[in-house]
Design a protein around this ligand. Sequence first.
Ligand SMILES: C[S@@+](CC[C@H](N)C(=O)[O-])C[C@H]1O[C@@H](n2cnc3c(N)ncnc32)[C@H](O)[C@@H]1O
Length: 214
Amino acid sequence: MAKRKREHYAELMSFDNVLKNPPEMRGKWRESVFKNMRPVVAELACGKAEYALALARRFPENNYIGVDKKGARLWSGAKTAIEENITNLFFLMILIQEITDYFAEKEVDELFITFPDPYPKSRHAKHRLTSINFLEKYRKILKRGASIHLKTDDAVLYEYSINQIMEFGGNIHESIDDIYSLQQIDEIITFKTTYEKRHLALGRRIRYLRFTLS
Ligand SMILES: C[S@@+](CC[C@H](N)C(=O)[O-])C[C@H]1O[C@@H](n2cnc3c(N)ncnc32)[C@H](O)[C@@H]1O
């Protein structure tokens, strides 16, 4: 690990908004972490958590959790949240493959997945965050009828996600293959991460799915 990354990791572990013993929070996010009974919304593969930060600022009535496997990226989001005194956003450094170890059944109200790695090679498809093995885990931790929002620039990942959701027996409520071509879009999908800005600058379309799994 490079020196700067090591320093960021050490600092990350000292932040109060980063969970230190996250398995203990399973089933207790509301009572032990947020200390309220408001909705729990997670952003998966949040990176620097730009999306989760935007949601947490805009919707102080919800509880947010940014989830990513990379400490150096979470450091940036967690530091911003501390500097801005954002108290409704916490961070979890885990592999999403293990998400059911950290959330109890039906503990989560909504999920966002923004610009996940597309894993373009078909032999790596099982790593895509909308593959059936991930959908099965999301179904367990989500409340009945809870929405999952996916934003991506990647046409292959978009089509793949539609197929996986249908095969899994999920319901797609919105599928938009160019959100900015619409006259009006829901505010919750208008926030732009650095990745999204980069894709837009390259003239790529931003695609969106809202789906449920139960
Ligand atoms: C392309 S970045 C997008 C970050 C962020 N959503 C954004 O739009 O700025 C993808 C992120 O997914 C995270 N990631 C990929 N696979 C993961 C996994 N299985 N578990 C946890 N994080 C994962 C990576 O660490 C990376 O931060």
